[in-house]
Design a binder for this molecule. Structure first.
Ligand code: AGP
Length: 616
């Protein structure tokens, strides 16, 4: 998620903006830039990389003094992390500058229309379309920047926070928000705009959270907030009580908690902009032709840890939709098993960081065997996507906590979309079938939100089980990788022994582990999908219960069949069989996070672990 700061007041704007960007660095970014309104016009500096790169450029080429400015730290989504793709972006005449957080879903069609009108683009970003739209609308509405912003926002689809300045309005900063946060800081003879309060609480703690589809017209001595249709907006002003550290975590005690809560937005943004104007699926960077994809006769998915679990889930969907055989391999094992790989093999490398050495070395081995490689990655421009033939970027935003949560859910979504893309190219799914699945996927963010709202019993359960020596996790079909992921979360966060099993494996050994009171967490598939799987899991619950297990059952709303066999029931909304991992995983994340908190462990930085394992 990008960092945004805007300022209009009497202080030096550059100092305020740079200080704000520094306080937003925790959000993760890969480029940074500023724009100032000066007596000589619009002054802009922007650089790929960290703030230090921008500061070095500013030291070599100082900008003229200014008391109005905007700043941005970018987490690349559309367009790699380069100087030209860094924000701010300007119009053709370099009279206005705009910065953006989120995704403009219809930017391709907007850009095509603007280029037809003669606008010249200088970047690969979705944001630059907004700059040129503002240029036209500003002219149309007699140089009223706030009205121009409202007109532009009514043309946009997607999630966006926008902040703009114009040389003809020297003390004005205009912002807008839809599905992406923007907060106003009210000062004395100065006012602030930011993506979160940590950027300005050193200056003021009086804040106004912009609501959905609202525009703010900000000047040193005035703040005017309207809806996109121009009507006055109802606002909520409050005093910020957080300190800077808490503000970085959005008020949560841990980044992991914040990132668990961000999952609906992360899934929603990963789904955004994936369907072209012709109704067909599009991926981020597909340097493989349809013919090459039609030649694929085997898929091998590689990854580590949570990414590997996402691959296990992907297998079920990709095989079901494309009828291509899919193997899943731990990246660290892949090249040592002398895999059968050739030009007709598609290797899908899943990695949040894009820098995991095990996965990178496996990918390089696959390429040496002439396989084609597609990366699913959350970090634009990182090594693994750079060394792949095609890339699908998840839009989870920076994941700070070592324990992967939102990245996992978006990796599943990404793998499903890759599966649907392959089905589209190979004709194993008709367009209407693909659309139906996309519709089901688009309903998932709201369902994840529903799960998040009912997690209090799960937190209480963690407290009940805090002295247990071991917890077992069971599942079948896509529930089996969910069991593995739940066990991994508990191991890496609460340092407890935990193990995930395919429920059908119980009788082949693991059931010997069951003692009186052994906690067993079971994900029960929907009875509406494939009832045979549902009924078999029910039998497995009875088997462990008969031997004294404490059964904790994750089951969909309305599934009454589990009641007699569950000591605790965690309900999740109904959804298609293949999409259930997006819901069933969430209680397991919350359970592990709460257990670590109860035990007093470092939730965001568990012992012995690193966020990105860049050694083999
Ligand atoms: C999961 O919670 C861990 N953080 C770890 O298993 C992680 O998923 C694994 O190291 C892979 O990292 P990557 O996705 O950045 O490649």
């Amino acid at each position: 998620m990008c960092g945004i700061i805007g300022y209009a007041g009497s202080q030096g704007a550059l100092e305020v903006v740079i200080d704000g960007l520094r306080r937003l660095e925790y959000r993760g970014y890969d480029s940074a830039g500023v724009a100032l309104l000066t007596d000589q016009g619009l002054a802009i500096e922007k650089r790929a990389g960290k703030l230090s790169n921008l500061m070095n450029s500013l030291a070599g080429r100082p900008l003229d003094p200014s008391t109005t400015g905007i700043g941005h730290t970018r987490w690349a989504t559309h367009g790699g992390p380069t100087d030209r793709n860094a924000h701010p972006h300007t119009d053709c005449e370099h009279k206005l500058a705009v910065i953006h957080n989120g995704i403009i879903e219809n930017f391709v069609e907007l850009r095509q229309a603007l280029e037809k009108k003669g606008h010249e683009f200088s970047s690969d970003t979705d944001t630059e379309s907004v700059a040129h739209l503002l240029e036209d609308e500003y002219r149309e509405c007699n140089s009223d920047l706030a009205e121009a912003m409202r007109r532009v926002c009514r043309q946009l689809r997607g999630a966006f926070t926008l902040v703009a300045i114009h040389v003809e309005s020297p003390h004005q900063v205009v912002g807008a928000r839809r599905n992406s946060p923007l907060v106003v800081g009210r000062g004395v003879d100065e006012n602030f705009l930011a993506s979160d309060v940590s950027a300005f609480i050193a200056h003021t703690r009086s804040a106004i959270e912009l609501g959905q589809d609202q525009v703010v017209d900000l000047r040193p001595d005035s703040i005017e907030i309207t809806n996109f249709d121009g009507t006055p907006a109802v606002t909520n002003e409050y005093e910020v009580t957080w300190d800077s550290a808490a503000a970085e975590k959005g008020g949560f005690d841990h980044f992991m908690l914040k990132e668990i809560e961000e999952q609906p937005r992360a899934v929603n943004e990963t789904l955004m902009g994936r369907v072209g104007i012709d109704g067909r699926l599009i991926l981020d960077e597909m340097r493989l032709s349809d013919d090459e994809l039609r030649e694929i006769d085997k898929i091998i998915v590689i990854g580590c840890g949570t990414a590997y679990h996402a691959g296990l889930i992907a297998k079920y969907a990709i095989e079901h939709w494309t009828r291509i055989p899919v193997e899943i391999e731990l990246a660290s094992e892949f090249r040592y098993r002398d895999p059968i790989v050739d030009r007709s093999t598609l290797v899908i490398a899943i990695s949040q960081s894009g820098e995991t050495m095990d996965t990178l070395m496996a990918l390089r081995h696959a390429r040496e065997q002439r396989a084609r490689v597609l990366a699913i990655c959350n970090t634009n421009g990182s090594t693994i996507p750079r060394e792949s033939d095609a890339v699908f970027y998840t839009h989870a935003g920076p994941e700070i906590a070592v324990a992967s949560t939102k990245a996992f859910l978006t990796q599943i979504v990404a793998a499903y979309l890759v599966g649907l893309y392959l089905a589209q190219v190979r004709g194993t799914k008709f367009g209407d079938e693909i659309s139906e699945i996309l519709t089901q996927l688009s309903a998932m963010p709201a369902k994840i939100e529903q799960v998040l709202e009912t997690m209090e019993p799960v937190r209480k359960l963690a407290n009940t089980l805090k002295d247990k020596q071991s917890v077992l996790f069971l599942g079948r079909h896509v529930g089996f990788p969910v069991a593995l992921e739940g066990a991994l979360k508990l191991k890496e966060l609460a340092y407890m022994h935990a193990e995930g099993f395919a429920a059908g494996e119980l009788k082949h050994g693991p059931i010997a582990l069951i003692e009186e009171g052994t906690p067993v967490i079971v994900t029960v598939p929907s009875p509406r999908g494939r009832s045979i799987i549902h009924d078999k899991v029910l039998s497995n619950i009875q088997e462990v219960r008969a031997r004294g297990a404490l059964t904790i059952v994750i089951a969909e709303e309305g599934d009454e069949s589990v009641i007699n066999f569950a000591d605790h029931i965690i309900r999740i909304p109904t959804c298609p069989t293949l999409l259930q991992p997006l819901l069933a995983t969430v209680p397991l994340q919350v359970f592990a996070c709460e257990m670590a908190t109860i035990k007093g462990f470092d939730v965001d930085q568990p012992r012995n672990l690193a966020k990105s394992v860049t050694v083999e």
